[in-house]
Design a protein around this ligand. Structure first.
Ligand code: DC
Length: 445
């Protein structure tokens, strides 16, 4: 990831957002920003200046006179006001009690929001607050809203104060926190709310490590190549239903061996290829998995077709370039994330109905994807609609899902070019065995 990330982490007090934002910033090399500290800074300055924090007519002129400077220290943004760094004073009881009134004043919010936005010139940010995803950076794709049950929040505050040797303060602090939440959620300007598109995480019962992992996984998910991110489950289902129905009516399709398909985990489905009917013959009936097919990119030239294929998760493959690295990377990432990828090892549809040798890239993909392979033999699709059949014929089709080629079996073939060739050959051998069994009538339909 080379671009800039603005990670917005919003939520009520004691939802865990500070620790999670800190941890996320550290792991993703972002600058941590506590936006609440700026509202606290304004409040602190007003108290210092003897300004009544409930009266915006007094607050605003004093605020506009103040000079703020920002720096990054130990991976976090720190600031000074009129040359003084408020530091721990930002967390004093006096500031804490007055900050909600200050944060509810629209001109204060405008002042703070403007400064928060300018911080983006420093680089990637993990910013925590109440309105970061909704107001400060509404366009960022990385929006999170952390929440926790009141009991959990009380528990966290209790633990925090017990650790500080002041357990009696926990109740008092919780009540103050609830009062602030109430004010922050009911104010007119930028109230605490879930931003559009924010990913909501209930942190109750999860530790920092777990929540940080959820946040980081989500960020990586959002950054995954479009072919996967764009899969539209509704369209995928509809396509399977319509095409599956067509294959039943027109080709009396029979599908056997579906029990060989693992329901979860990275998986490669490798089939012989004779017809445009092959992808729907596999996908429409293998409904325990959402399958990403690899298909030559020339099929994406027609805009309508391209839109459809992208929405059903097809990975475009540049066959001219042999090993299309971008497509390979997409497929490998999908497999590592537990997805299912279908490919045709022969590369292109057969011209004579016979099986063809595997393409060199297949073994590489299988080895790098570290996933088991289900070999598939499709019988009849060549006769039903081949390159030269001149259209669709009402010929019966049978799809056979064979025994899984396990990861261990693949690993045993080694690494490097020679191993890649052997992997491709092994897959085609298993497909050929299924063909032979079918032709000898040894497959129970
Ligand atoms: O997170 P905190 O307790 O330090 O926040 C201090 C106050 O500032 C709290 O009342 C909520 C308010 N705040 C806000 O209104 N918007 C933000 N983005 C961050 C904090």
């Amino acid at each position: 990831m080379s671009g800039q990330r603005i990670i917005a982490i919003d939520g009520p007090a004691a939802s865990g957002k500070s620790t999670v934002a800190h941890e996320t910033a550290k792991r993703l090399n972002c600058i941590y920003v506590d936006s609440g500290a700026l509202y606290r800074g304004v409040t602190w300055k007003m108290i210092q200046a003897g300004v009544d924090t409930k009266h915006s007519l007094q607050v605003i002129p004093a605020l506009l006179k103040s000079k703020w400077t920002f720096t990054v220290r130990d991976g976090a943004v720190v600031f000074s006001i009129d040359g003084v760094e408020p530091g721990d004073a930002l967390r004093s009881k006096q500031v804490t009690e007055a900050v909600s009134d200050i944060a509810a004043m629209p001109p204060v919010r405008k002042f703070v929001v403007h400064r928060l936005r300018k911080l983006s010139s420093l680089g990637s940010l993990a910013m925590e607050g109440r309105d970061i995803g909704s107001v400060v950076f509404p366009k960022t794709p990385y929006k999170f809203y952390l929440d926790a049950s009141p009991e959990e929040r009380a528990k966290r505050r209790h633990a925090e104060f017990t650790a500080k040797g002041e357990p009696e303060k926990a109740q008092e602090v919780l009540e103050s926190l609830q009062r602030r939440d109430q004010k922050d959620s009911s104010r007119k300007t930028a109230p605490l709310k879930i931003a559009d598109g924010a990913y909501v995480i209930d942190t109750s019962g999860h530790n920092v490590e777990e929540v940080t992992k959820i946040v980081i996984d989500r960020i990586h998910e959002l950054e995954r190549p479009r072919s996967e991110a764009m899969i539209s489950p509704g369209l995928y289902r509809a396509a399977c239903n319509v095409l599956g129905f067509g294959l039943k009516i027109c080709n009396q399709i029979k599908v056997v061996g579906l029990q060989n398909v693992p329901k979860t985990g990275g998986l490669i489905i490798a089939s012989n290829h004779a017809s445009y009917l092959d992808p729907p013959a596999i996908g429409s009936f293998c409904r325990m998995r959402t399958i990403h097919f690899m298909a030559r990119d020339t099929l994406f030239r027609n805009p309508l077709m391209s839109g459809f294929m992208r929405h059903v998760g097809v990975i475009p493959l540049d066959r001219e370039r042999g090993g299309d690295l971008k497509a390979m990377k997409t497929a490998i990432q999908l497999l590592q994330d537990g997805g299912a990828v279908a490919l045709f090892p022969e590369g292109t549809r057969t011209t004579d109905g016979n099986l063809q040798p595997p393409k060199p890239g297949v073994g590489f993909l299988v080895a790098k994807g570290c996933s088991p392979v289900v070999p598939v033999y499709i019988h009849g699709s060549y006769e039903a609609w081949s390159k030269y059949s001149g259209g669709l014929k009402r010929v019966p089709i049978t799809v056979i899902f064979g025994q899984l080629i396990t990861r261990e079996e693949i690993r045993r073939l080694g690494t490097g070019r020679k191993a890649y060739a052997l992997i491709g050959e092994l897959i085609m051998k298993r497909i050929a065995e299924l063909k032979e069994k079918f032709e000898k009538g040894q497959i129970d339909e």
